[in-house]
Design a protein around this ligand. Structure first.
Ligand SMILES: NC(=O)c1ccc[n+]([C@@H]2O[C@H](COP(=O)([O-])OP(=O)(O)OC[C@H]3O[C@@H](n4cnc5c(N)ncnc54)[C@H](O)[C@@H]3O)[C@@H](O)[C@H]2O)c1
Ligand SMILES: [Zn+2]
Length: 366
């Protein structure tokens, strides 16, 4: 078992990582009961994760009033309509201010449930049981909760911290390979932005990671959560340093936008975006070519894309990328914030990167 306390004034909470936790009813009961104070619990999951893991959580809570709601699977369900359904469900089952909401699922369930917890009766306790690697290392840490609006992703939300996060790497055994690899992209990102030793550890444990080795994953998950928690605690409301978590994301988001949602998973677009960010770092921040090659090597070993495929290249042109990143031709002195690395673990947020350097990198990659 590995535990980490996220230090946030008045709302510190533990992230507990235990391989096999869900299958161990006694341990799970002890962990959950130490964080649940009333006798009402509402579990929100979806129709993919529910059939896999709900029963295990139910068994551990057999002495409480437990109500369950299954939401539709997928990003499209992260909206106000589902939010309202969860509210209807909670009010219909007469949940009160001391109820505890449990989010059992990936980042979609976690984000939506978090926003419900922040606003139901002006805030109730929330426990996150993230079941995707992305949720375990990224979305369940940091307190951002949200739903999407037709005019933009995550447009409606709140900062709200859970009372605890319980991550079980064994749940990743059922995760589809692409979803798993997409989570690994964020893991690699933490190595680049903050922790050269983690980067080396990942290089040395590729096979164990691909085999979803529980012990290796537990170590990696805790380390990533510690990095995110540290960055976020220093900067809860995103003014400065939190931006380093977006390494590779300016390029990645532009790729996602241009290719349309559905072609690349977020983590896959971020993997390609990190390679672009590394090339840019080499040009403007002195990142050496060996580091760029190591990043590409690690991502490929982890079965992530490192360049655009033929289909993407039809829409991802240099101009389209510049445009999608807000650096279109009309912006004469186009300046955008880029996260660049001078070496692994040394990143800076720069708003003085020349549009011409970005264009150069894109010419290499598109
Ligand atoms: N709050 C934050 O700080 C933050 C950070 C990053 C991402 N996000 C959000 O997270 C969301 C993406 O999260 P995600 O990648 O976990 O996607 P997701 O929740 O859609 O999960 C991916 C897929 O895997 C399925 N799944 C989940 N756990 C499984 C398991 N153990 N076995 C089999 N299938 C499983 C899901 O049902 C879904 O089909 C996005 O909405 C994004 O905006 C939030
Ligand atoms: Zn990301």
């Amino acid at each position: 078992m590995q535990e980490l306390i996220v230090e946030i004034p008045q709302r510190s909470y533990p992230i507990v990582v235990v391989d096999g936790l869900l299958a161990d009813a006694q341990a799970l009961r002890a962990q959950l009961r130490s964080r649940i104070h009333g006798n009402q619990v509402a579990i929100v999951t979806n129709d993919v994760v529910g059939p896999l893991y709900l029963e295990q959580v139910m068994v551990a809570l057999d002495d409480l009033q437990v109500d369950v709601m299954h939401m539709r699977d997928g990003e499209a369900a992260k909206n106000l309509a589902t939010y309202e359904q969860v509210m209807d469900f909670l009010l219909g089952a007469r949940h009160n201010r001391s109820t505890c909401l449990i989010a059992l699922g990936g980042g979609v369930v976690g984000d939506l449930c978090g926003f419900v917890a922040a606003t139901f009766l002006r805030g109730v306790d929330l426990i996150q049981i993230p079941t995707t690697l992305l949720a375990q290392v990224d979305s369940s840490v940091g307190g951002k909760t949200a739903v999407n609006h037709p005019l933009g992703k995550n447009m409606i939300g709140a900062f709200y911290q859970p009372v605890a996060v319980f991550a079980d790497p064994a749940t990743l055994s059922t995760l589809p390979p692409r979803e798993y690899a997409a989570g690994l992209a964020e893991v690699v990102k933490y190595g680049v932005i903050e922790d050269p030793e983690l980067f080396v550890f990942l290089e040395e444990h590729c096979d164990a990671l691909l085999a979803k080795d529980g012990a290796v994953l537990s170590q990696v998950i805790v380390r990533c959560c510690a990095i995110k928690a540290e960055v976020v605690s220093a900067d809860e409301r995103e003014s400065g340093r939190r931006a380093i978590l977006n390494f590779g994301h300016t390029f990645g988001h532009a790729i996602e936008t241009l290719c349309g949602y559905g072609q690349w998973l977020h983590g896959e677009a971020v993997a390609i975006g990190m390679v672009m960010a590394a090339h840019l770092s080499a040009q403007v921040a002195g990142l050496n070519s060996d580091s760029v090659s190591r990043l590409i090597g690690l991502l490929s070993k982890l079965e992530l894309p490192t360049e655009l495929d033929q289909r993407s290249l039809e829409v991802v042109t240099v101009d389209a990328m510049m445009d999608a990143m807000g650096l279109d031709k009309k912006v004469v002195d186009g300046r955008l914030r880029f996260i660049v690395a001078s070496e692994f673990g040394e990143v800076a947020v720069r708003d003085d990167v020349d549009g011409a350097a970005v264009r150069d990198v894109l010419r290499q990659c598109c």
